[in-house]
Design a protein. Structure first.
Ligand code: IMP
Ligand code: MG
Length: 171
């Protein structure tokens, strides 16, 4: 596996991101909403460094390509989400690729009554975005390669790797 971002680089950058987030909210309480499952490693490391009153919540957003739904249709499940009315929400995801997932999730959380919604992503792939969307906090900008590790998967594997690597062609 070709190493793209080392564990050391992840630690250093996520430390800084936590500071950027704390400064942006200036002491206001935040509800961090992670998009499962890709968010988990990044989110666990990030939130422990954010010096703010903070709640933690999750939702799932999956593109089903089965016969029952239209191709690529995004299904959001938020059964475990607390009441977000009046709350400042920080959505956390592993990667911004086409931008479709985050666009839909932000709209969904606004519908759920969030007072504000900001977005933090560990990675942003260049040259892939299909819908206009600007994340508020970005860890690293990466080239258009399929990456795994540190939460990111291929067929649900490799999420546990402590670094971000480029998957060799052919899986
Ligand atoms: P988007 O809706 O196209 O922005 O897709 C975002 C989702 O696609 C992410 O949350 C990931 O689950 C997945 N994804 C996109 N690029 C990669 C990659 O390089 N490796 C692993 N997952 C990826
Ligand atoms: Mg994924």
């Amino acid at each position: 596996m070709e190493m793209l971002i080392t564990a050391d680089d992840l630690r250093t950058r996520i430390d800084r991101m936590a500071g950027e987030i704390a400064r942006a909210y200036a002491g206001r309480p935040v509800t961090a909403v992670g998009i499962l499952t890709g968010c988990v490693v990044f989110m666990a490391d990030l939130i422990r460094r954010i010096d703010l009153p903070l709640r933690v919540a999750f939702l799932t957003a999956s593109s089903y390509r089965g016969t029952a739904t239209a191709p690529g249709q995004l299904v959001i499940r938020d059964d475990f989400l607390p009441d977000l009315t009046g709350r400042h929400v920080l959505v956390l995801d592993d990667i911004l690729d086409t931008g479709k997932t985050l666009t839909r999730v932000v709209a969904h959380l606004v519908d759920r009554g969030a007072e504000s919604v900001k977005v933090g992503v560990l990675l942003r792939k260049i040259g892939r975005q299909e819908v206009p969307f600007e994340p508020d906090f970005v860890g690293f900008t990466i080239p258009d390669k399929f990456v795994v590790g540190y939460g990111l998967d291929y067929n649900d594997e490799y999420r546990h790797l402590p670094y971000v690597g480029v998957l060799p062609a052919g899986g």
